[in-house]
Design a protein around this ligand. Sequence first.
Ligand code: BES
Ligand code: MN
Ligand code: ZN
Length: 499
Amino acid sequence: MNIRLVDPKTSARHPEVLGVGVFEDQPRTAVSALPAAVRARVQEALSSGKCKGSSGEVFAVFVPGSGPECVFLIGLGKRETLKLERVRLAAARLRSQAAACKYAALRLDLESVRGALPMADVIGAAVEGLRMSAYRFDKYKTSGKDRKPSGPSEAELGLRSPGAGERRALAEAEILAETVNWTRDFANEPANVLTPVRLAAVARRMASEERLSCRVLGRAECLKLGMGGIIGVSQGSSYPPQLIVLEYKPKGVKDQRPVVLVGKGVTFDTGGISLKPGPGMEWMKYDMCGAAAVIGALRAIARLKLPVPVVGLAPVVENMPGSKAQRPGDIIRCMNGKTVEVLNTDAEGRLILADALCYAERYKPRHLIDIATLTGACSVTFGDAASAVMSSDPELTARLKKAGEHTGERLWEMPLYEEYKELIRATHADIQNISKKNVGIMTAGLFLREFSGHAGSWAHLDIAGTGFADGDRPLGPKGVTGMGVRLFTRFVRDLAAER
Ligand code: BES
Ligand code: MN
Ligand code: ZN
């Protein structure tokens, strides 16, 4: 799909399909440059009250023959409360409708939202909506018939006299949306294909293409560094663990402490000896979504040449049972010397993240942020409506939440009460890897905080409910969502804008 900015006043040609945003509280929309017959039909739909403009509504007006054959009036809800996410969804819906009707070209009229939000942001949201909704993972469908139709090949964003700022917004959003889909592509791979070594290879190849530095620590190096968490979790698998280290150093930026991102990369989580139940276990091929988000974010940040140094760390393992696997009750020692009683081998994410967080210390991070499909409790609590954020730094939380508001990747803060610390105090070691009571989201957060180098600015994102979708969504099909890629990129972009 090609996406272009088009000035409706100067473009002679009409698109087959036109999408126009309609507000609930302002039903009279100026639809620029339409043939009279089409305009009349659109006005009729609006003034008769058949088309209400409520959020999520799509009203189709077909006028065969002249101008656009089909106008989709896309409900945007109330104008004052318009959010970028609604623009994203509107663009996604328009594209899906046009695809269903087998149209090859569409135009989304952005003038209908002018003034409600900054136009550059609107362009970005529209591009994301179009590209993310078009994503498919059908490389393993051997028959073309089983593949979903790819949809329109041409998409225009209708906008009066677009300038340089608008063109830049388009170019940046293209990078971002393409990177989200690139991330989905490798993260959707099943665990027999995407082993820890293969995931590290994805990061390596990306790094050489984007001129990032990439190092991968293998089992021997992890052992030498005393990474008992990574070693312990991976020891039941025939695949060796990998610690991916990506470093982005922008040109001309010196003496700045980096943002360090750490993503959980469990290529498959059987639970280990604390084996998970069979039904639904296949979802655990997505237990590396945190690592995917970090790798994707570094790619986008490097492509956008953001002037902030960023380090990406991803501990990658497979969690398997077997004669070499760690057992419930095992005591391991993490890189910072803290001992952990492994009461449940299925609480493995925090064990590998613990070592990666310790490793992060060498970078003296300005901000240290981890991201993980960490607890089933989080997915039960929020579904896919939000990710949980926990942090030692309220300002960092606020920045992350603001970035998430912008990208539509919502964050909800959970409290790290000191009282909860008691729940992970161990009998025979410093801490244990599961909670004595049902506050699983926060005790996981508290566990990680123990390895975050207390004084600093650390945050933990639990994306158990948002990293992958259990069914098709407007912004992407069942499978990996790419949650975190846009959020981190936005977060870093905002940091850059401040200096
Ligand atoms: N990867 C899972 C968490 C998960 C579950 C993510 C469902 C996405 C969907 C994690 O490793 C896990 O197994 N967590 C356990 C922790 C428990 C043993 C304390 C859980 O949440 O049940
Ligand atoms: Mn687990
Ligand atoms: Zn897991």
